[in-house]
Write a protein of this length. Structure first.
Length: 256
């Protein structure tokens, strides 16, 4: 085997694995350890879904909550009649409770909120048409929180396993679906739901805005790298080689 072939079959897959592994490991740790401020309707939606909200992101005390009016007996009876079997009732939290920003884990701002917006888009406001849902409704509510935690665990476990070369193709396939779902939730899906997408799937935005396009292009690059790793495999410098054995070489027949 020549030096060029050795670099292609040994070093290239290892560099690719380490790059993807470190990137997904960092992404998982940031979802767990980093906190972002949310307020208003976003904070209320997270609270109603069951996400844990942190402290108020301000040194000034929040304004006192409005005093709710005492419901009349007629209001109570009407609520009982309108409530369907199995219906948990009205939302517990509203946007007016979160005038001040609160801190919440990044896994909720990046994943849970995206799922809530995609599965339950806001209604039409100020003459604008309502957005079309871009994700199944079963992913809303508390299920969105569960999925967000699962995505964080997949980032961490997948990053470690890909870096070590353990079950590499399985994790690479998961990363392909992971990044495809991320691209749909954050870029393609909202553009399609708005009804004014360029070419049917791209957001109508300044094409040279680096700050705007950096994140979706980063997702696209990770998707492509994961697909490449799925195709070429982990290489010989991996745990898959001693555990699963070397790939079978095609038999060659001597020329007649």
């Amino acid at each position: 085997m020549s030096v060029r072939q050795g670099l292609a079959t040994t070093v290239a897959p290892m560099v690719l694995r380490l790059t993807l592994g470190l990137t997904f490991l960092w992404a998982g740790l940031s979802k767990l350890n980093a906190y972002d401020p949310v307020q208003g309707s976003d904070a209320a939606a997270l609270a109603n879904a069951g996400a844990t909200l942190g402290r108020v992101n301000s040194d000034t005390p929040p304004p006192p909550p409005p005093t709710p009016e005492k419901p009349t007996e007629k209001d109570v009876e009407d609520a009982k009649k309108d409530k369907a079997p199995g219906d948990p009732g009205p939302l517990v939290h509203t946007a007016s409770e979160f005038v001040q920003p609160v801190q919440v884990r990044r896994l909720h701002t990046e994943v849970t909120l995206a799922l809530l917006r995609a599965s339950e888009p806001p209604a039409a406001i100020e003459g604008k048409p309502a957005l079309k849902p871009t994700w199944p409704t079963w992913a809303s509510g508390s299920n969105a929180v569960i999925i967000a935690w699962a995505v964080m665990v997949i980032d961490l476990a997948g990053g470690v396993c890909v870096g070590l070369g353990l079950l590499t193709r399985l994790w690479a396939a998961g990363m392909v679906f992971h990044m495809a779902g991320g691209l749909w939730l954050t870029t393609i899906g909202p553009a399609w739901a708005a009804g004014d997408a360029v070419l049917g799937f791209l957001p109508r935005h300044d094409p040279w805005d680096l700050a705007y396009w950096s994140f979706p292009l980063w997702q696209l690059a990770l998707l492509a790298l994961s697909a490449v790793l799925l195709c070429i495999g982990p290489g010989p410098m991996s745990l898959d080689r001693p555990l699963l054995g070397s790939p079978t070489k095609p038999s060659t027949r001597p020329a007649v």
